[in-house]
Design a binder for this molecule. Structure first.
Ligand code: NAD
Ligand code: DAU
Length: 330
C-alpha cells in the first residue's frame, strides 16, 4: 500500500509514519510537509520505505501528482497551535482551509481514499461539571482561529463526501502527548523548562481541563478507522484522560524530582477553552478500538525520559519559543 501522509514531519504525523513502518511491512510512505517551524526531517530519521517531499498542501501543482500515485491519503498537515493563531491567524486560514480544499480536490479527481485528522476543539468547550462529554453529534462551536479553521476543514470534508462522493472518514481527537512534540506545547514546554532549571508556566489558575491521550493510541485509532470505519463517518478519539493543567504540572514536577508547587502562574490565554472531554463510545463499540496507554503517569514518565535523552532534537527551537512567550508575559 502506498500512503501519502501530509504533515508527516510534525508531532503526530511523524509518530504515525514511525508506527506504520514498524507494523506494516507492505506499506511505503511519502510524507508531504512544508517543514514549517513545526516540522522536522529529523523526526523521520532512520526510517525505511519512507520518503520526504518538502512542499505545501495548498499548492495544487505539488499535491495533485502526489495524490495521483498513492492508494491512501492521511491528512495531518495543519497549523496546530492556538497561541500562534491568536497572534497571526493568516497561515491557519491558508493551510487549514485552503490546504484542505486542495487535498479534497486532488482526492476527488483521482478517486483516492482520504482520512482527515481533526480535533475535539471544533466543539468548543465544556463546563467543569457538564455531565455530557463531546460526541459525534455535538454541535460545532469553535473558539479560536485555530479551532474555527479546523472546524471549517471538517465541514469541507463532509460536503465533498456528500456532493462529490469522495471516500473519506474524519476523526476528532483530544490532546496528544508523547515523543517528538514541539516545545511550544504545554507538556514539552514544562519538561524542557525544568531540564533548563526554569519553573513551569501555568496559564491563569490552571483549572482548565484537557483529555490526554498518548500519540500512539491516537494513531492506532486512526488505523482502526481507516480499516473498519464507515465512509463519510466521523469518529471521536479519546482515552478518558481528563486532568487539569495544574494536576499535569504537579505530576511533571514530581516526576522530575521537584516540589509540586514549584511553578509560576502567568498571563492567561485570551478566550481560553475551559474543558475538553471525549466520549469515544462509537469508536470502541462499533470498531472495537481500545487504548493501550491507560496509565497517564507511566506515559508521562516515558515522555520525560524521551526529552531528557533527545535534547539534540528540541534544543534548536527552545530559545526562540521562550522569547516569544516572554514577550506575551507567558
Ligand atoms: P504539528 O504542528 O506538530 O505538525 C504539523 C505539520 O504540518 C508540521 O510538520 C508542518 O511543517 C506541516 N505543515 C504545516 N503547514 C503545511 C502546509 N501548508 N503544507 C504541508 N505541510 C504543512 O501538529 P500536530 O500536533 O502533529 O497535529 C497534526 C494534526 O492533528 C493537525 O491536523 C491537528 O489539528 C490535529 N490534532 C492535534 C492534536 C494535538 O494534541 N496535537 C489533537 C487532535 C488533533
Ligand atoms: O484538544 C486537541 C488540541 O490540543 C489540538 O487540536 C491542538 O493542536 C493542540 O495544540 C492542543 O491544544 P491546546 O491548546 O489544548 O494545547 P496546548 O499544549 O497549547 O495547551 C494545553 C493547555 O495548557 C491549555 O489549557 C493551555 C495550557 N498551557 C499551555 C502552555 C503552552 C499552560 O498553562 N502553560 C503553557 O505554557
Amino acid at each position: 500500500m502506498k500512503i501519502l501522509v501530509t504533515g508527516g514531519a510534525g508531532f503526530i504525523g511523524a509518530n504515525f509514519v514511525r508506527s506504520t513502518i514498524a507494523s506494516r511491512p507492505d506499506a511505503t510512505v511519502t510524507v508531504l510537509d512544508k517543514l514549517t517551524y513545526a516540522g522536522s526531517s529529523e523526526s523521520l530519521a532512520g526510517l525505511d520505505r519512507t520518503s520526504l517531499v518538502q512542499g505545501d498542501i495548498a499548492d495544487r501543482d505539488t499535491i495533485e501528482p502526489l495524490v495521483a500515485e498513492h492508494d491512501l491519503v492521511v491528512h495531518f498537515a495543519a497549523e496546530s497551535h492556538n497561541d500562534n493563531s491568536l497572534n497571526d491567524p493568516s497561515p491557519f486560514v491558508q493551510t487549514n482551509l485552503v490546504g484542505t480544499f486542495q487535498v479534497l480536490e486532488s482526492v476527488r479527481r483521482h478517486g483516492v481514499r482520504l482520512h482527515h485528522i481533526s480535533t475535539d476543539e471544533v466543539y468548543g468547550d465544556l463546563e467543569l461539571d457538564d455531565p455530557e462529554k463531546f460526541h459525534e453529534t455535538t454541535a460545532y462551536n469553535p473558539s479560536s482561529p485555530y479551532s474555527s479553521t479546523k472546524a471549517g476543514s471538517d465541514l469541507l470534508v463532509r460536503a465533498w463526501v456528500r456532493s462529490f462522493g469522495i471516500e473519506a472518514t474524519i476523526s476528532n481527537c483530544s490532546n496528544n502527548y508523547g515523543p517528538y512534540q514541539h516545545v511550544e506545547k504545554f507538556i514539552p514546554r514544562q519538561i524542557t523548562n525544568l531540564i533548563d532549571g526554569v519553573r513551569p508556566r501555568l496559564y491563569g489558575a490552571g483549572a482548565n481541563v484537557r483529555d490526554w491521550i498518548h500519540v500512539d493510541d491516537h494513531n492506532s485509532a486512526v488505523w482502526t478507522i481507516i480499516e473498519k470505519g464507515r465512509i463519510g463517518e466521523t469518529y471521536l478519539i479519546g482515552a478518558n484522560g481528563e486532568k487539569s493543567n495544574k494536576e499535569v504540572v504537579e505530576m511533571i514536577l514530581e516526576g522530575m524530582g521537584r516540589d509540586k508547587d514549584d511553578y509560576d502562574h502567568v498571563a492567561d490565554r485570551p478566550g481560553h477553552d475551559l474543558r475538553y472531554a471525549i466520549d469515544s463510545t462509537r469508536l470502541r463499540e462499533e470498531l472495537g478500538w481500545t487504548p493501550r496507554y491507560t496509565n497517564f503517569a507511566d506515559g508521562l514518565a516515558a515522555t520525560i525520559d524521551w526529552y531528557r535523552t533527545n535534547e539534540g532534537w528540541w534544543r534548536p527551537q527552545k530559545a526562540a519559543v521562550e522569547a516569544k512567550y516572554a514577550a506575551q508575559g507567558q
